[in-house]
Write a protein that binds this ligand. Structure first.
Ligand code: PMP
Length: 429
């Protein structure tokens, strides 16, 4: 696409200043200056519907969260080495949403750091090193976590202690089930670690398998795999960076859909609605070993402004009944997408939990041939219609839809209308 000269200049400036590792979304990148609820605005005031950003989960620039941050930063902005009420009040309030066994909360700034800390704790507790992840998992950016994030691609080496298992993909499953298959795959990974003399430390997975392609059904499918992991003396780490804080509608936490109590839970993205705050929730017995042999100080993690932001987010989720909204509007949007599926053969599958969707785009329904090129056209076509979305999965053919939890039925109608128009413009769709 031919870009206006000022946008082209900005892209070049970015490249010159930020270097080669950053990526922009869309063939025609979006230059935004403001956010409000489910909308992002460019300089001319043009509105873009954000159906993708899982960070601004209670809505962009939510006034209550923004005010709480602004008020706190004028009063006190410092670290966890002092007594302060907010960190304790927040810990009490957050831990009350978890099963009783998960009794401690530790703070980090990013999901990557949370997963890094979770691995350190799991390794200290089990004495093992082996980690099992799904084939296209993403857990973050540190050296240790990049080594367990196969979605970063073949140029980033997985650690020698890492084993991957196929994601629980019901749509492409050969025998029409995923629970027993995942259990068998995890058992095979454990056996392979053993063969190599590597003691297992943990199985870590995203509650909705977002980078693997979004796999949500049937709820409960994780139980057998986790049983196998525990039987081998390893831990189950629930990465709730994507699936946490009410997005799945039925529960605050993704692992609850599976009827499980994880050993460690990691949190991030929506926790501060854009303010960097993340954390680890853990069984006291599991962190005991790590805590007695190592001290933990994270300069910005759990600072007074971060915990204030997190408190405001949790209050908004509860006071505005956003989980209930995710459940209801999620079901409504699912109906709309399934109606589209009856009109367009290229939609192979619609799956979701609450307001987290994966929509599989295929060449034809019989072969289920993934169509990454059409998926990219849909993503860019929607951007031209001012709807911001992206794609995921190992074959880049799954539309990933995660609007802010304040998404309304009207918003869903608007989104479906735009997607229908983009599909109608594709030859052969
Ligand atoms: N885990 C999952 C499942 C994620 O999606 C991400 C971020 N995309 C992370 C961890 C890492 O979080 P952060 O970018 O805050 O380090």
């Amino acid at each position: 696409v031919e870009l206006p000269p000022e946008e082209q200049a900005m892209i070049e400036r970015r490249r010159r200043l930020l270097g080669p590792a950053y990526r922009l979304m869309y063939q025609h990148p979006v230059h935004i200056v403001r956010g409000d609820g489910v909308w992002l605005y460019d300089q001319s005031g043009k509105a873009y519907m954000d159906v993708y950003n899982n960070v601004a989960s209670v809505g962009h620039c939510h006034p209550r969260v923004a005010r709480a941050i602004a008020d706190q930063v004028q009063v006190l902005a410092t670290n966890t080495r002092y007594l302060h009420d907010t960190i304790l009040g927040y810990a009490e309030r957050l831990l009350a949403t978890f099963p009783d066994a998960l009794g401690h909360l530790m703070f980090t700034c990013t999901g990557s750091e949370a997963n890094d800390l979770a691995l350190r704790a799991a390794k200290a507790y089990t004495g093992g090193q082996g980690i099992i992840v799904t084939e296209c998992a993403y857990h973050g950016i540190t050296q240790a976590i990049a080594e367990i994030s196969p979605s970063l691609g073949p140029n980033v080496d997985l650690g020698a202690h890492v084993r991957t298992v196929p994601a629980p993909d019901l749509y492409r499953s050969r025998n029409g089930e995923v629970a027993d298959q995942l259990r068998r795959d995890v058992e095979a990974a454990l056996a392979d670690l053993k063969r190599h003399g590597i003691k297992p430390a943990a199985f870590i997975c995203d509650g909705v398998f977002s980078s693997d392609g979004v796999f949500t059904e049937p709820a409960g499918f994780l139980a057998g795999a986790v049983e196998a992991v525990r039987a081998a003396g390893a831990l189950y780490i629930a990465d709730e960076v994507q699936s946490g804080f009410g997005r799945t509608g039925s529960h605050l936490w993704g692992f609850q859909r599976h009827g499980l109590v994880p050993d460690i839970v990691t949190l991030g993205k929506p926790m501060g609605n854009g303010y960097p705050v993340a954390g680890v929730v853990v069984k006291p017995s599991i962190i005991a070993e790590f805590g007695s042999s190592a001290r933990y100080f994270n300069t910005f993690g759990g600072n007074t402004v971060a915990t204030t932001a997190a408190m405001a987010v949790l209050e908004v989720i509860q006071d505005e009944a956003l989980m209930d909204n995710a459940l209801k509007v999620g079901a409504y949007l699912a109906d709309g997408l399934r109606e589209l599926m009856s009109e367009y053969q290229v939609i192979g599958d619609v799956r979701h939990a609450g307001l987290f969707f994966g929509v599989e785009i295929v060449g034809d329904r019989q072969s289920k041939r993934p169509d990454a090129s059409l998926t990219a056209k849909l993503v860019d076509g929607l951007r031209e219609r001012q709807v911001l979305i992206s794609a995921t999965g190992p074959r880049a053919n799954v539309l990933k839809i995660r609007p802010p939890l304040v998404f309304t039925r009207d918003n869903a109608d608007f989104f479906i209308a735009q997607l229908r128009a983009v599909l109608a413009a594709q030859p052969g769709a």
